[in-house]
Design a binder for this molecule. Structure first.
Ligand code: BGC
Length: 891
């Protein structure tokens, strides 16, 4: 099996080298927002074990030519080490190099990393907010605004930067050329408190003489239609606008600044309407040729209004932008009535790019859907989202290439009507769009369906990590539901580098929490019909997500930054539940337990107050341990007391002294066991046996919802019943993880049975085919099936403990940890088990083999091979006789 990125070519016996130097979580450190960015690097070496003993950082200032070198710091740390230089100010540029030592060797200096600060102080902004002068209809989708201004430069620039953002979503051009390749910039943040700006190097776009800057701004999240049950428009305001500041350094040492001001002019153009939910309509007959060039006559354009830009809200990005990625070609089927049905073979998030040729005024309509029902697009799951793009041809006589700019759809199928003639293969393609996260995790095994399940998890992550971690990408929702991310965060952190992306989202969470008085159920928060109220497992994201991300990426600074938010959440819940029992208010409970009726997804088997109390204990305990890590022993103690109170309440209210838990559901036992709510002895043994019994009685069909699903396989594994976990994971009948795979799913579904076995779509009004929450099983596949688990922050210590089972004959997991590539590959042939593992430089691992003695071995960095005889199946620790609490027979 060959998966994962190409191995780093270190060359034969090459000298150890420092590679992949980064500041904070930036892959593109132009316009960063941190004045003292922390520094990370990796070591490429064949000399193992590599253990760093010291490092040195050199920071040079290309302007003053001042070079600051830290002393050689005796430390094994190479992740997010403190910035040793002077704090950066706005626009400061630096060049960074790192070198490192082990006991045996020194590296040369790393290749230089150039970085540049953004606008760090609000005063650095001179730009106003330019809004078109006209009043639109705030009750409907509105045309995109075209904005432009010309300016003259006495000379060609030696350096030019564009700082830009919008109320709405924008694309910007200079002298007729698009700047950057971001999609839906500036993205979606809690705009009241945080509006991201982007920074582009535009030196090559400008020349001496007259220049022109132009932007298109559309509704986006700012004032477009958002939300379910009717939702709302104008959530953040009724007028879109642009904030742009172009700074041009000239050869004479002066800087010329062109900012959004009263000299801009505005017009509408070919984008008649643009909506994230409903799609885009483009009338190519209204194309404005050359509108962002100097030769264009804009005398007919209207004046703009300039409003204050509130620059204190403007923040630099912490994670990557959204971009276009994969490109797919469809199979095209012509229908008798002239329509075309396109199948891209994969549920994706993105949009079509088409190139039709036809007479002026021809209307081409594209509708999108994730599934077909009775051979037609099934759009019922989209609810109010129309997901329809329209192109009206100009009739140029040649192919008119078009792709919508400011909308996205979740789809596998598209229907095209009105195409003049027949689309050829080259005339239609789909672009997959998502945040430009670096892929860091891979998994594959000998069961093709299980490998496909994993692939589906990856696709659902791509589709739902579009600037905000969303529940689903297709219907009138696409919101950052906190509970969904909370359960998926460990899987997400393995598959892609989400450190910057989620750091940014957590800042929004904290901002919304401060503003709205609790952790809302989705972030960014926008009020539709749903109130901002504390809800267990959803609001708990405030604690669990920073804890997971902080641990996986060794980011203690994230814990520090989120600490206030974590504390505020647990304190708020402990006020609601002063005795530790959280049994008041609205709860989602074990959302989408398959036994819940289609129209009542919260009505599962497990008592919602049991879920809430268990979570209260869990997150209070996490905050206690974070407080201890951050050197706050009194706080650690205070939260330990809160946690213990919740545990006591849980036991009193929900657990018998033998280990029986009320609701008697798989989720109840999984929670009680995984969150340490039962005593480790007899109680836990009893509960584990009961869990196994329930799993078997259910025929290994899944019986858990959002809350139980991420826990159940770990609960079984830790109860020495890994075969039962395999039974669940390899089940193909409905409901199960693999049932959708047998139905041809290419993403994770929202419901276990989003499509029913007869091929019809679940009648529930909440039925998405692209929801990552149940994909939380990915983490168990990585840690337990393949056996690649973190045992310390940033995987500095690893636990390599594969648990072969379920008849699998091989599995492989690869993860690009903050220290470098970790890899586990195992094969099994009869009783013979072989393991190859690679541990990155600077890390150590404990390997546990699946032999009779559970042999363990400590290893350092490098590649290792182990072989053993598998533990005979009969020796598998099986649960003993099971009590049946439903039995009427005497024990
Ligand atoms: C979303 C979920 C979300 C839920 C709240 C749904 O509409 O799609 O994934 O967590 O509401 O329970």
């Amino acid at each position: 099996m060959t998966i994962g990125p190409d191995a780093l070519d270190t060359g034969p016996r090459a000298r150890p080298r420092v590679v992949d130097v980064r500041v904070e979580h930036h892959r593109e450190p132009l316009g960063i927002g941190e004045a003292t960015p922390r520094i990370s690097w990796k070591i490429a070496t064949e000399q193992h074990p590599w253990v760093q003993t010291a490092y040195q950082v050199e920071i040079s200032d290309p302007v003053s030519r001042l070079v600051e070198r830290s002393p050689a710091v005796r430390s094994p740390e190479s992740i997010l080490v403190p910035w040793p230089g002077r704090a950066l100010r706005s626009r400061d540029r630096r060049v960074l190099r790192v070198r490192a030592w082990s006991a045996a060797a020194a590296t040369p200096w790393s290749p230089p990393l150039a970085l540049e600060a953004g606008l760090l102080e609000p005063e650095a902004w001179q730009a106003g907010l330019v809004v078109p002068g006209w009043e639109g209809d705030p009750e409907s989708d509105q045309p995109a605004a075209y904005l432009r201004r010309t300016f003259t430069l006495p000379d060609g620039p030696i350096r030019a930067r564009l700082y830009v953002t919008a109320h709405g979503v924008y694309e910007i051009e200079l002298n007729g050329l698009r700047v950057g390749d971001h999609v839906l910039a500036p993205g979606w943040t809690s705009y009241e408190d945080r509006l991201r700006y982007q920074v582009f190097d535009v030196t090559g776009h400008l020349a001496a003489g007259e220049n022109c800057v132009g932007a298109i701004v559309a509704d986006g999240w700012y004032r477009g239609h958002l939300g379910f049950r009717g939702g709302r428009r104008n959530v953040y305001g009724q007028r879109t606008g642009l904030i742009a500041q172009l700074e041009i350094e000239l050869p004479d040492g002066t800087t010329s600044v062109v900012a959004t001001d009263g000299l801009w002019r505005a017009s509408t153009g070919p984008i008649v309407t643009s909506s994230l939910y409903h799609g885009e309509t483009h009338d190519a007959r209204c194309e404005i040729k050359g509108w962002s060039t100097t030769s264009f006559d804009a005398s007919g354009w209207s004046p703009v209004q300039v409003l204050p830009a509130s620059s204190h809200r403007l923040v630099a990005p912490m994670g990557p932008p959204v971009r276009r990625h994969e490109r797919l070609r469809p199979q095209i089927e012509r229908r008798e009535d002239g329509r075309f049905i396109l199948d891209f073979g994969q549920v994706i998030v993105g949009r079509l790019r088409i190139a039709p040729c036809g007479p002026s005024g021809t209307l081409i309509t594209i509708r999108h859907a994730e599934v077909l029902e009775d051979g037609e697009l099934c759009v019922r799951p989209l609810r109010a989202a129309r997901a329809t793009d329209r192109l009206i041809l100009a009739g140029t006589g040649s192919r008119e290439e078009w792709e919508p700019r400011f909308t996205l759809h979740g789809f596998r199928y598209a229907e095209i009507t009105g195409w003049p003639g027949v689309p050829h293969e080259d005339d239609v393609e789909a672009w997959v769009i998502h945040s430009d996260l670096e892929r860091t995790g891979w998994f594959e095994c000998s069961d093709p369906d299980l490998s496909r399940l994993h692939e589906n998890v990856v696709w659902s992550m791509r589709g739902n990590f579009v600037d905000v971690p969303t529940d689903c990408p297709q219907r009138d929702e696409r919101l950052g539901w906190t509970g969904d991310l909370q359960v998926f965060a460990p899987t997400a952190s393995f598959l892609f580098d989400v450190s910057g992306f989620l750091t940014s989202w957590l800042r929004d969470l904290a901002a919304d929490q401060r503003r709205y008085g609790t952790v809302p159920a989705y972030v960014p928060w926008a009020r539709f019909t749903f109130p901002a109220i504390p809800i267990a497992a959803w609001g708990d994201a405030a604690v669990i997500v920073p804890w997971v991300v902080g641990h996986r990426f060794a980011d203690r600074g994230l814990l520090e930054a989120q600490y206030e938010s974590m504390v505020a959440w647990v304190d708020q819940v402990s006020k609601i539940a002063p005795g530790g029992l959280w049994d008041s208010g609205f709860q989602f409970g074990d959302w989408l337990d398959p036994s819940a009726p289609a129209d009542s997804p919260g009505a599962g088997r497990t008592d919602p107050s049991l879920v809430a109390t268990a979570y209260h204990h869990h997150t209070a305990l996490i905050v206690s341990s974070v407080a201890a890590t951050l050197g706050r022993p009194a706080e650690a103690q205070r939260f330990a007391v809160i946690a213990e109170r919740a545990r006591t309440a849980f036991r009193r209210e929900f657990a018998s002294s033998t280990g029986r838990v009320v609701s008697d559901s798989q989720t109840a036992y999984a929670l009680a066991l995984q969150f340490g709510l039962l005593d480790p002895g007899d109680e836990s043994v009893w509960a584990a046996r009961r869990l196994v019994r329930l799993v078997r009685e259910a025929g290994h069909r899944i019986a858990t919802g959002f809350v139980g699903t991420p826990l159940i396989c770990d609960a079984l594994t830790e109860a020495d019943a890994v075969d039962e976990a395999y039974g669940l994971v390899l089940q193909r009948a409905c409901p199960s993880w693999l049932y959708p795979v047998t139905m041809g799913a290419t993403t994770i579904w929202e419901r276990w049975d989003s499509m029913l076995p007869d091929g019809s779509v679940n009648p529930g009004q909440m039925t998405s085919f692209n929801h990552y929450a149940f994909g939380a099983i990915g983490d168990w596949l990585h840690r337990v099936v393949a056996g690649l688990a973190p045992a310390g922050p940033g995987y500095r210590r690893l636990e390599i403990a594969p648990r072969p089972g379920g008849g699998l004959t091989s599995a492989v997991a690869v993860h690009e940890t903050p220290y470098g590539r970790a890899e586990v590959r195992w094969t099994r042939s009869g009783e013979r088990f072989e393991l190859f593992t690679t541990i990155p430089p600077g890390t150590t691992a404990r390997v546990r083999l699946p032999d009779a003695a559970s042999t363990t071995q400590e290893i350092g960095s490098g590649t290792h091979h182990f072989a053993c005889r598998m533990r005979p199946a009969t020796q598998d620790p099986q649960p003993g006789p099971l009590p049946d609490i439903h039995s009427t027979e005497a024990p």
